[in-house]
Design a protein around this ligand. Structure first.
Ligand SMILES: Nc1ncnc2c1ncn2[C@@H]1O[C@H](COP(=O)(O)OP(=O)(O)OP(=O)(O)O)[C@@H](O)[C@H]1O
Length: 285
């Protein structure tokens, strides 16, 4: 159970996140949408404690994660993996080392400084890469991978944290449509199989509808829509985006060819996911 209670962030006079209040009472895949500047990134960064909140509470199983300090705050950041638009990988390091970096904050300072990993770390990193369809890339330098592959390395690194929640800040904004589908499919598969909440900032409405159970719409820092993805009608989207007349959704579309919604396939199987991944690997190799 996660309860957001009047979560607010002001930068000087500018209120970027304004009294955000909602509850997540079971693991969900949540899409956060809204215009540029609506406060989506700031909201995720408050949740992960990358940015300090001005006021409010975020109760996770009854603990206010906004008030955690020191080790407790670091433990929370381990539990709450963050995926970024620009991947935030170390380009010159190989794939498997990048993935193992997800374990660093679980180790003591010395082991972290010298990047000393255990056999278990190595095995888990290879298993995470296998799950993301990238096992055969383990020893390749990250900078030689496509954007979609790099984002899947970042997701594998997030899995190494053994997170309870995954936050993704526009994870597909830099990707081509096919890679975007594979990355969103991977996040959905993690939600379905591991039963954890995935909260994802998105710029594309069709992606929110296709992959998310629930959509939170933000405008000027406030939650202006909160409902099932099916309720995200063109009228609702127009209100979230403040568009006076027609909102041309096609300009925000990530769909390729058929654009078949993945959510409609419900619980995409690991095999299905593997096939998608293989397809994207072939396309982006
Ligand atoms: N560090 C900061 N200092 C001052 N203002 C900031 C800071 N970070 C964000 N803002 C402001 O807060 C508001 C919300 O920004 P935020 O990046 O959260 O929006 P967003 O919905 O994620 O936008 P986008 O989709 O373009 O990333 C914007 O007006 C932005 O300029």
């Amino acid at each position: 159970m996660i309860e957001f209670k009047n979560v607010t962030k002001a930068f000087g006079n500018m209120v970027a996140v304004d009294s955000v209040t909602f509850t997540v009472d079971k693991p969900q895949m949540i899409g956060v949408i809204g215009r540029s500047g609506a406060g989506k990134s700031t909201f995720l960064r408050l949740f992960n404690r990358l940015t300090p909140a001005t006021s409010g509470q975020i109760l996770v199983e009854g603990t206010d994660v906004l008030s955690l300090k020191g080790n407790a705050k670091r433990r929370w950041q381990k539990d709450c993996a963050m995926i970024f638009q620009q991947f935030n990988l170390v380009p010159r390091l190989d794939v498997v080392t990048n993935v193992m970096l997800g374990r660093l904050n679980q180790h003591g300072t010395l082991r972290s400084m010298f990047k000393i990993f255990s056999q278990r770390d190595i095995d888990d990193a290879l298993a995470a890469l296998d799950r993301l369809g990238l096992a055969e890339r383990a020893l390749q330098r990250v900078e030689t991978l496509s954007g979609g592959q790099q984002q899947r390395v970042a997701i594998a690194r997030g899995l190494m944290q053994e997170p309870k929640i995954i936050l993704a800040d526009e994870p597909i904004a830099s990707l081509d449509p096919l890679s975007a589908e594979v990355v969103m499919g991977s996040l959905r598969e993690i939600h379905d199989r591991d039963g954890i909440t995935v909260m994802c900032n998105l710029h594309t409405l069709d992606t929110a509808r296709a992959y998310c159970d629930r959509v939170i719409g933000m405008a000027q820092g406030k939650v202006v829509f909160d409902g099932p993805a099916d309720a995200l009608t063109p009228e609702a989207a127009r209100e979230i985006y403040g568009a006076e007349e027609g909102l041309n959704e096609s300009v925000t579309s990530t769909s390729i060819s058929s654009g078949a919604p993945v959510r409609a396939r419900s619980n995409p199987s690991a095999a299905g996911q593997g096939a998608q991944v293989a397809e994207a690997n072939a396309a982006t190799a």
